[in-house]
Design a protein around this ligand. Structure first.
Ligand code: FES
Length: 375
């Protein structure tokens, strides 16, 4: 029987309720947090127990989660909170390890992107012993329990992270199938997890990794005579001749995923392609953006919107800090109420101007002036 339904669990909750009454307006958990942040129950924290530089710009961070943590499926991601200069930021990162590790920890891989304020802070400033708030693992990018017989993985750059989690899980469970893996990186030294991939190749001849270096110095052709370019049908035929029979799991930059979706769609095999995006797929608008002033009622802030940039980003640039999570239109943490004016959903180009409409400010931009009651 689980603790929550046991006599012990009920007694514990009763004790917590009584304690909370004395701790009002805070909860007992807030005081417990001062002793050990991992024991809190009002939110979830994790302690950094190890940092490891995978490349010059990518770092693996190993985290010991607190008491509300539940496990995850290889391929899932989670939200991480970071406080910088008195402001709270949230970012989403893929988990890079296998579940159910003996030490109870898990790891994420963070790449410092150029001008990425938060990613650079995480890679350069966080250190062992720091505590950070985390969310639960989310996402439906994982191998089904009835595992596909022979998956094809297509990854680029840090998009390899969720696939690494899958590979480690298959290795840990000793059930590595025949896998074809096409990975794109600018150059050889940019390959994240290079050593771990090499040792998997050595251990499992049925794991076939093909790295394509898109900025290979000194030539435009790979040793196989194929152009160093991102995805092409010629590469696919070369490295995975039976690709039509494969279940494909792909993660990488938006142009690569767009190209894959277009190709598999054209082949009538779209249902075989599973993609993981870290940005919403946006539509191209034929209308020029309409600039205007956007007011956020709760934070009593204002900023100028260019009609092309999402409102969350503009608000943050203006020093405001609206509640948010995934930043890509999935979690609804940024749901806000449109009070006046008009906004455009950048994924669909739908215009919304009805007062009271719920909008996601991470994927909406302004069309002229707007007043928004933010989350
Ligand atoms: S932040 Fe997740 S939907 Fe906007």
């Amino acid at each position: 029987m689980q603790e929550s339904g046991s006599l012990f669990g009920r007694v514990t909750r009763l004790a917590e309720n009584i304690s909370d009454a004395f701790a009002f307006p805070l909860k007992l958990s807030h005081y417990v947090e001062l002793v050990n942040p991992l024991w809190t129950s009002h939110d979830m924290q994790a302690r950094i127990v190890k940092v490891w530089d995978e490349t010059a710009t990518a770092r693996t961070i190993t985290l010991k989660p607190g008491k509300n943590w539940r496990s995850f499926k290889p391929g899932q991601h989670l939200r991480v909170g970071i406080d910088i200069g008195g402001r709270h930021f949230t970012r989403t990162y893929s988990i890079s390890c296998e579940p159910e590790r003996q030490d109870g920890c898990f790891s994420i891989k963070v790449k410092a992107i150029p001008n990425g304020f938060v990613s650079n802070h995480i890679v350069r400033q966080l250190k062992v012993g720091d505590y950070i708030p985390i969310g639960i693992a989310q996402g439906d990018f994982y191998l089904p329990d009835a595992q596909p017989v022979q998956p094809l993985f297509i990854t680029a750059g840090s998009g390899i992270t969720p696939i690494m989690s899958m590979l480690k899980a298959l290795d840990a469970e000793d059930r590595m199938p025949h896998v074809t893996h096409i990975h794109y990186a600018p150059q050889q030294y940019d390959v994240i997890f290079a050593k771990q991939l090499a040792s998997l190749q050595q251990k499992y001849p049925r794991y076939k990794l093909h790295c394509i270096y898109t900025r290979n110095p000194g030539g435009v052709d790979t040793p196989e005579g194929l152009k160093n370019q991102h995805f092409s049908q010629a590469q696919l035929e070369k490295y995975c001749p039976d690709w039509q029979t494969k279940d494909v799991y792909a993660c990488g930059p938006q142009p690569l995923l767009d190209a894959l979706e277009l190709f598999w769609e054209s082949q009538g095999l779209r249902r075989r392609l599973h993609t993981e995006r870290f940005r919403a797929a946006l539509s191209v608008s034929t209308e020029p953006g309409q600039k205007g002033t956007v007011s956020l009622t709760k934070s009593q802030g204002q900023f100028e919107g260019d009609g092309q940039t999402n409102l969350l980003r503009l608000a943050e640039d203006a020093g405001l800090n609206p509640t948010h999570g995934c930043r890509m239109g999935i979690c609804h943490a940024c749901d806000s109420v449109l009070k006046e004016g008009c906004v455009r959903d950048m994924r669909t180009n739908e215009l919304m101007r009805e007062p009271g409409t719920i909008i996601q400010i991470c994927v909406c931009t302004n069309v002229g002036n707007a007043v928004i009651d933010e989350a």
